[in-house]
Design a protein around this ligand. Structure first.
Ligand SMILES: *Cc1c(COP(=O)(O)O)cnc(C)c1O
Length: 376
């Protein structure tokens, strides 16, 4: 029995032909026409002025923070319900992440709690150079409210849109919100360059500084001259070629994932105690991962029981991100909590959602879930 994964890379002959052309073009270095074109294509797709292709989403987060001068003594509010990379990038700079709880309906940063945190930090005289909200599982954060709150406290927004490329909020694409935003093209994301990321911003100076920092901060001299600490964070031309094919297929891949969301909604439509996570407004999401929430008292079973049932049948399912404030490595960081992220971690289960799944594989998932439900 072949294993069914949550979200595996979806590559076709188009990717093969683009990568082969890039190899044959001789542009193998982390520089070249495919990097430039990929940046332009993603910028056009998101309607953002500047895009910088980097080696990962984590690198993009890190360099935006470095470029803004974030460092020791600074406090950076971010979502507690996120992947570790968001918090880690803040820690790399020496700043302290401040974990903010979420709206239970979306898992995204609560604007009300953010406002409380920023008010408190201001009263304490803390330096808050920016905030980092996250777009969970492909649904944009409530940027209408969040950017308003940030502005009222005089701080910038770095949007972690690693999971939400292709989604929109209030008619504006993911990646186009905030002072800068970050995309990830890791292997499990909505589209992939096998590994990669991008910084998006309207700020030409920020974009060019990040591009400079990402190429070892090499000054434009014939010898190697350095006035700043640089990083080796640029994307390779071969991977950018892969990314260009993926961007072309992005809408089709989103539609495929959306069709799985609809299937799960119908499988669980009359199952008491189970809801599809983030269902409201999900026509604007990219449906990166579909997850259910299970209330054990009503359902009579837990999300973890279903997880174990599927695992025994070689089907991967996973809890939502374990909140950062519960991670041993971040236990000493400040947090403003209301129980929502912990509730979602307990009740949430992400189910196979990849666009590379074929119909037979999805039928196997659906059959395994139905068997479980019948026995309960
Ligand atoms: C995947 C992810 C990242 C990191 O992206 P990489 O490209 O894997 O470095 C950052 N933030 C969130 C929310 C993510 O899901």
């Amino acid at each position: 029995m072949t294993r069914i994964f949550l979200s595996s890379p979806d590559v076709s002959e188009l990717e093969e032909s683009y990568v082969l052309s890039a190899i044959r073009s001789g542009w193998i270095a982390p520089l070249g026409p495919d990097v430039d074109a990929f940046e332009q294509e993603v910028a056009a797709r998101t309607g953002v002025g500047h895009a910088v292709a980097l080696s990962s989403g984590t690198a993009a987060l890190h360099l935006a923070l470095v470029s803004w001068g974030v460092g020791p003594g600074d406090v950076v509010p971010t979502s507690t319900l996120t992947f570790a990379a968001t918090a880690n990038a803040i820690v790399y700079t020496g700043a302290t992440p401040y974990f903010v709880d979420c709206d239970p309906a979306t898992g995204n940063m609560s604007p009300e709690l953010l406002d409380e945190v920023l008010t408190q930090l201001r009263a304490d005289g803390a330096r808050v150079p920016c905030i980092v909200p996250v777009d969970l599982l492909g649904k944009c954060a409530d940027y209408t409210a969040i950017t308003g709150v940030a502005e009222s406290h005089g701080t910038r927004v770095l949007a972690d849109a690693a999971e939400s490329f292709g989604a929109t909020h209030a008619g504006r694409p993911a990646g186009a919100w905030g002072d800068a935003a970050v995309l990830s093209f890791n292997g499990n994301k909505i589209m992939t360059t096998s590994g990669g990321g991008m910084l998006l911003t309207e700020d030409a100076e920020l974009a060019s500084h990040v591009r400079f920092l990402a190429t070892q901060a090499r000054e434009p001299e014939i010898h190697y001259e350095h006035k700043e600490i640089g990083y080796n964070y640029r994307m390779s031309n071969l991977l950018a070629a892969l990314g260009r094919a993926q961007v072309e297929r992005l809408d089709a891949m989103i539609e495929r994932r959306r069709s799985w969301r609809e299937r799960y909604a119908s499988i669980f439509s009359d199952v008491a105690g189970v809801t599809i996570f983030g269902r409201e407004g999900d026509q604007y999401d990219n449906c990166w991962l579909s997850a259910i929430l299970v209330e054990p008292e009503t359902a009579g079973w837990t999300s973890r029981e279903l997880l174990r049932h599927l695992a025994a049948l070689e089907i991967e399912a996973r809890p939502l991100w374990k909140p950062m404030h519960l991670q041993p490595v971040h236990a000493d960081k400040p947090a403003r909590l209301a129980g929502a992220a912990e509730g979602l971690f307990d009740q949430g289960l992400s189910l196979p959602s990849g666009s590379a799944l074929n119909d037979d594989q999805f039928d196997r998932v659906a059959g395994a879930i139905n068997d479980f439900l019948v026995r309960k």
